[in-house]
Design a protein around this ligand. Structure first.
Ligand code: SAH
Length: 228
């Protein structure tokens, strides 16, 4: 493993330990940690920030957006409890880093990004790095992506003011969704939504977090189109 990645993994493990009483576990799934040690985060950050690529913090990726903190990426992925035959929906492709992590743990990832430039550059990068089970789309993920629903897992990487109804509807019975919920640029909580076999949902808060806001209004772009 590269030195930088090694340090990043150690930092994630330490933060998991610090937060274990809140997140309810002492360590994350070894499959998740193994994937975190494989995806080259340095490829997903802007050229001038390469030196900080393996720091355990978020970094700007342009358009007022950020690549999420490695610990948060690992935790959210762990909470989804992915299996190799699962299909996942991600809202907020951003750099494509979280998308790449998901893609190594499940069968297929569908990812929606509202900023077309980010979607296009993430799609090109993911293709170049040979992640082949990912389909990207430009659009407003507030409405989900009904064409491929229902999903075993849904992950939202921007903060919503409430849990969007469409996303609950697009979750399979037995499925799990992780989503930060709260006020824009203020207090937010990472929520885990579990849908049982009968279709009943149970929601619980895992941790206080800070995400960029989810665009919730419908925009002209919301009809979107696939680019990957
Ligand atoms: N997982 C990404 C996080 C990027 S930040 C990464 O680690 O790189 C969150 C992203 O969500 C931003 O790129 C933002 O443009 C996008 N976003 C915000 N609201 C959205 C919406 N309604 N639909 C799709 N993408 C959205």
């Amino acid at each position: 493993m590269k030195k930088g990645l090694q340090r990043m993994i150690a930092d994630i493990e330490r933060e998991v330990e610090y937060t274990r009483s809140m997140i309810g576990r002492d360590r994350l799934d070894p499959r998740v940690m193994s994937v975190m040690s494989k995806v080259p985060r340095d490829k997903f950050v802007p050229q001038e920030l390469k030196l900080a690529a393996f720091d355990n913090g978020p970094l700007p990726i342009g358009h007022g957006q950020t690549i999420s903190q490695p610990y948060i990426v690992a935790l959210m992925t762990d909470l989804l409890e992915l299996e190799p035959d699962h299909t996942v929906l991600e809202i907020g492709t951003g750099s494509g880093y979280q998308t790449a992590v998901l893609s190594l743990l499940c069968k297929q990832v569908y990812t929606v990004e509202v900023v077309s430039e980010l979607s296009e550059s993430a799609a090109a990068l993911l293709r170049q790095l040979n992640y082949n089970n990912i389909e990207t789309r430009i659009g407003n993920g507030y409405e989900g992506w009904s064409e491929h629903a229902p999903y075993d897992g849904i992950i939202v990487t921007a903060a919503a003011t409430h849990i969007p109804r469409a996303l609950i509807d697009q979750l399979k019975p037995g499925g799990r969704m992780v989503i930060p919920v709260g006020l824009p640029y203020s207090y937010q909580e990472l929520m885990l939504v579990e849908k049982d076999a009968q279709g009943e949902t149970r929601t619980r808060s895992i941790l206080g977090v800070a995400f960029v806001p989810l665009v919730e209004k419908r925009t002209p772009e919301s009809n979107g189109h696939s680019v990957h």
